[in-house]
Design a protein around this ligand. Structure first.
Ligand SMILES: [Zn+2]
Length: 222
């Protein structure tokens, strides 16, 4: 056991960790409680996301359905500062990528507007993406920028979501060009945001794009 792991274990003895999903105190060195491990069924699979108008299918890895304690955990992570949850999400995403997808060149995240980042203090998808990159031993790069602020997707009906994200993101071509990119998001709802980001990365010269998200609201994409 490395010195870092021993120190972490001692720290967890003093400040016991809590289950990422339900918040119960758990044994040092663990991330989720036994009850959650037994009752939560991960999706842990890749689904195909069709990019409308391009004929391209993008593989998209999903860890969990967006429901119950998973939903609660992501809400605490996203809106209530439980940033440490990103360690667990990233660990699981890295395992999923290693088991299914060809190794990408780099990892990037769906960006949020600078105003929203300033208000929240962090971009939740970037935190997960940076940890995933670290776990996979890959570089993290900012391959996308949000160039226009738009209305929050989850507040809009499905029919308006595609229009709401159109032209909102811009690829950073010097980072994306010729690269096999792993694009990370926290939650997939209709898939409109991820589709738009993939389209923009490919327009900016990315060789391939694979997506992965912690949770998916339903199975409909784009
Ligand atoms: Zn639990």
């Amino acid at each position: 056991m490395s010195l870092k792991k021993i120190l972490l274990f001692c720290l967890e003895l003093l400040f016991p960790p809590r289950c990422v999903f339900c918040g119960r105190v758990i044994a040092p060195g663990t991330k989720i409680c036994r009850a959650c491990a037994e009752t939560i069924t991960p999706v842990n699979t890749f689904r195909c996301m069709n990019l409308p108008g391009t004929g391209q299918n993008i593989p998209c890895g999903i860890l969990y359905p967006y429901e119950g304690p998973i939903r609660d955990s992501i809400i605490r992570f996203k809106f209530y500062g439980e940033k440490e949850n990103s360690d667990f999400y990233a660990e699981q995403l890295a395992k999923l990528i290693q088991s299914h997808a060809p190794v990408p060149d780099l990892v990037t995240a769906v960006p949020i507007s600078s105003q929203r980042k300033k208000k929240r203090g962090y971009n939740q998808s970037e935190l997960i993406a940076r940890k995933t990159a670290e776990t996979l031993g890959l570089p993290y790069a900012e391959c996308l920028k949000k160039i226009h602020d738009n209305r929050e997707q989850h507040l809009l009906p499905r029919s308006e979501r595609i229009r709401n994200v159109r032209g909102v993101y811009r690829a950073v071509e010097e980072e994306a060009k010729g690269k096999k990119i792993l694009l990370i998001d926290d939650i997939i709802t209709t898939g409109s945001t991820l589709c738009e980001c993939c389209r923009e990365l490919l327009r900016g010269g990315a060789k391939t794009v694979v997506c992965a998200a912690v949770a998916q609201v339903d199975k409909t994409t784009c």
